[in-house]
Design a protein around this ligand. Structure first.
Ligand SMILES: C[S@@+](CC[C@H](N)C(=O)[O-])C[C@H]1O[C@@H](n2cnc3c(N)ncnc32)[C@H](O)[C@@H]1O
Length: 392
C-alpha cells in the first residue's frame, strides 16, 4: 500500500449512542503516561455501556507495543470482573496488521471477538471484486475513453494537477489520463485485490511507474483531507450501497476549489434496433437485478441531486451515448458479452432465477449484440457525467 498522504494524527473517541470506542491515526507513546487520558476514556466508556462495547480500529494506521499492551490490559481485566460485557473489535483488511494483532486477544478471552469490517461490507462486493468482473472493466473503459477524453477538460482536468481516481478498478482510466493529460500526481484506490493486481501489471506493461495504486476502502479512506485538485469516481457510486458515504469521502479529500467527477449509468436506457423490445426488457431486468443486491445502476440522472446534497457548487452534468458506431462495433459487442457473462451467468444465478428467466434475460443481451453488429443496426449505452466544485 502506498503510504503517501495518509492521515496520521491520533484520535480516541467514544460514542455512547453506538457504544463505540474508536482509535484512529498513529499512536506510538514512549510510556503509558502519555496515553493515560485515552486509557481513562476507555475505562469510562466501559462503565457506561451495557452488553457490547465496539472498539473500532478501522482507521488505526500504526500502534506500538506500549499502546497495545495498555489498551489490551484494560479490556482483559474487564473480562475478569464483568462477565456481562462483550467486546467486539472491528478491524479492516486495509490496515491488515490490526486483525492479526487483536485476534490474539480472542484466543485469550472468548468475551472478545474480532470482526473484519470489510470482508463482506457491501452486498455487491462478491461480484465486483471477483476476477470475472475484470473483462467488464477492461472493455467498458476502452469504449468510454473516446468520449471522456474530450469531456474531462470541461470538468477541471488539466496537466500538472494532483488527482485521485477512487474505485479505480483495473486502473486503465488512470493510465489513459496519465498519458493524455500528464497530471503531476495520480493516486488510484480500490478495494478489489484482483483488480489492483491487474492494474499494476497493466501499468508495468505500459512502462508507467508513477501511478500510486492503493488498496483501500473508499467509504473510509486513510488519505488526508483537502489534498487533490481533481477526484474521479467512475461507475462506482452506483455499485456501493451507500453512495452518499462515498461522496462525503470524495469531498473530504478534494481541496477547496477542486472538483469531484463522477460517472454513472441508467441501465434501463440501454437501447438497440432491431429487436428493441427484447433489449429493453433485459435492461429493465438488469436494473432490478442490481437493485436486488442494493446497487443502483439507474443512478446517472440522480448525480446532480447527490452532488448538491453533498455540498458541492458549480455542478455540471452532461450525458453521452456509447454506440456501436464508435469505432469497431465488435468492441461494443465485447462489452455486452462481458455483461451477459456476469449478470446472467453469476448474478441471476445467485439470486435464484429460473432457467427460463435466465434464457430470456440472456436473449436481450444477444439481441443487443445482434443490433450492434447488424449492418443497419444501432446499439447504445448511455452514461451520465457530473462534477461539482468543493466550495472555497
Ligand atoms: C463498476 S467498477 C468501476 C471501476 C472503474 N472506476 C471503472 O470505471 O472501470 C466499481 C469499482 O468500485 C470498487 N469499489 C466499490 N466499493 C468500494 C469501496 N468501498 N472501496 C473501494 N473500492 C470500492 C470495486 O472494487 C470496483 O473496482
Amino acid at each position: 500500500m502506498s503510504t503517501a498522504g495518509l492521515s496520521t494524527p491520533f484520535k480516541a473517541e467514544f460514542d455512547v449512542n453506538s457504544q463505540e470506542f474508536s482509535l484512529s491515526g498513529v499512536i506510538r507513546p514512549r510510556s503509558i503516561e502519555e496515553i493515560a487520558v485515552n486509557i481513562l476514556m476507555l475505562k469510562e466508556a466501559i462503565d457506561q455501556v451495557r452488553g457490547v462495547l465496539y472498539i473500532n480500529v478501522r482507521r488505526l494506521v500504526q500502534m506500538n507495543n506500549t499502546a497495545f499492551q495498555a489498551f489490551a490490559r484494560v479490556v482483559l481485566d474487564t473480562c475478569q470482573t464483568r462477565p456481562d460485557i462483550r467486546f467486539v473489535i472491528v478491524t479492516s483488511s486495509v490496515v491488515g496488521w490490526t486483525t492479526r494483532m487483536f485476534e490474539h486477544l480472542n484466543r485469550i478471552e472468548p468475551q472478545i471477538t474480532i470482526e473484519v469490517y470489510d470482508s463482506t461490507f457491501y452486498p455487491g462486493q462478491s461480484f465486483v471484486e471477483d476476477t470475472s468482473f475484470i473483462p467488464i472493466l477492461r472493455t467498458q473503459t476502452k469504449m468510454t475513453w473516446r468520449h471522456e477524453r474530450t469531456i474531462l477538460p470541461r470538468h477541471g482536468m488539466r496537466s500538472g494537477i494532483t488527482m485521485a481516481d477512487i474505485c479505480c478498478g483495473i486502473g486503465d482510466f488512470a493510465v489513459l489520463v496519465q498519458k493524455e493529460f500528464q497530471p503531476a500526481r495520480i493516486v488510484a484506490l480500490d478495494h478489489s485485490k484482483a483488480s489492483l493486481a491487474y492494474a499494476r501489471e497493466v501499468a508495468t506493461g505500459f512502462g508507467i511507474a508513477d501511478i500510486e495504486y492503493t488498496y483501500g476502502d473508499a467509504s473510509e479512506m486513510l488519505l488526508e483531507d483537502d489534498q487533490f485538485d481533481f477526484v474521479s469516481c467512475r461507475h462506482s457510486l452506483q455499485i456501493f450501497n451507500q453512495p452518499e458515504v462515498l461522496l462525503a469521502e470524495l469531498y473530504r479529500i478534494c481541496r477547496p476549489g477542486g472538483r469531484v467527477y463522477v460517472t454513472n449509468e441508467k441501465n434501463s436506457h440501454c437501447l438497440g434496433e432491431p429487436r428493441s423490445q427484447s433489449i429493453q426488457w433485459t435492461y429493465n431486468e438488469v436494473a432490478k437485478l442490481f437493485s436486488h443486491f442494493e446497487m443502483d445502476v439507474e443512478l446517472g440522472p440522480k448525480s446532480r441531486r447527490y452532488l448538491t446534497d453533498a455540498g458541492f457548487d458549480d455542478i455540471i452534468v452532461e450525458s453521452f451515448m456509447v454506440t456501436n458506431l464508435d469505432g469497431d462495433p465488435r468492441d461494443f459487442a465485447e462489452v455486452i458479452t462481458a455483461w451477459e457473462n456476469v449478470y446472467a451467468g453469476e448474478m441471476a444465478v445467485k439470486r435464484g432465477d429460473s432457467p427460463e428467466f435466465i434464457q430470456r434475460f440472456r436473449q436481450g443481451f444477444q439481441d443487443h449484440i445482434f443490433a450492434a453488429l447488424h449492418p443497419k443496426g444501432y446499439a447504445g449505452w448511455p452514461i451520465w457525467v457530473a462534477s461539482g466544485r468543493k466550495p472555497l
